[in-house]
Structure formats: C-alpha cells, structure tokens
Design a protein. Structure first.
Length: 141
C-alpha cells in the first residue's frame, strides 16, 4: 500500500467545499436580493394613492416575507455553513502531517484565504439579510 500525501486529498475536499460554498453563495445572495426588493416594494407602497392599493401591497408583502423568512431557509443556511466549516477544519487537520512538504505553506494560505472569503461573504450577506427581515417585520406588523 502506498503512502498518500494529505495535500492531494485536501484538494478534493476543497473542491467539494467550493462547489457547495458557491451554490450557497448564490442562494444566499438571491435571498438577500429578494429581501431588498421586497423592502423597496413596502417602502414605495406608502406613496400609493388609495388605501385599497396599500392594503393589497401590504398583504402581498406579508406573504412574500413568509416565503423568505422561514425555518427551512434557516436550517439550510446553517447546515451549509456548518458543512463548509467542517470540511475546512478537516482539511487543516489533514495537512498538519505534511508540514515538511514544500507546498504546505501554499496549501495553508489557500485554506486560510478560502475561509476568509467565505466567512466575509456569509457575514455580509447574513447581516444585511437579517437587518432587512427585521425592518420588514416592523413595517408589516
């Protein structure tokens, strides 16, 4: 049986995490775009002339908010974040045994860069989205 360099396995793990992370980023950014569009719809509905139009927009906006702010969305977001972080931690643990390899520093830098970008994107998108949800809940009652 041959020895396997852990750095080669980390590439597979990072590919998996990147695919899922990219899908998650697209899903999370679409969620935020939908929330921001709904926020603008609610804001602009105040300028409508008749109370019936305002009531209709408020009703539609409440339905849309329920679609965007629900438990399954939260579970999916949390699960994907946890999985990507798990793969990252596993990758860090695996490369420790290859610290003498000349490419170790490059792989470690890639791992650190990956989790930094992923963490920043998740932080920005989630904080913006949750702030928008709070605004919408307050505006829609």
């Amino acid at each position: 049986m041959s020895d396997v360099n852990p750095l080669s396995i980390v590439g597979l793990l990072l590919t998996l995490a990147s695919i899922i992370g990219t899908f998650f980023y697209l899903q999370l950014s679409q969620w935020l775009r939908d929330l921001l569009a709904l926020d603008q719809k609610v804001l602009l509905s105040r300028d409508l002339s008749t109370p019936d139009q305002q009531d209709r927009v408020q009703f539609e906006s409440r339905v849309e908010l329920k679609r965007l702010d629900n438990v399954p969305t939260t579970i999916v977001n949390g699960t994907v974040i946890a999985f990507v972080v798990f793969v990252w931690v596993l990758s860090i643990a695996m490369i420790q045994s290859a610290s003498a390899d000349p490419s170790f520093g490059f792989v470690l830098a890639g791992l650190i860069g990956f989790i930094s970008v992923f963490g920043a994107l998740v932080w920005v998108l989630l904080t913006q989205g949750l702030a928008c949800v709070r605004r919408l809940r307050a505006a829609l009652g």
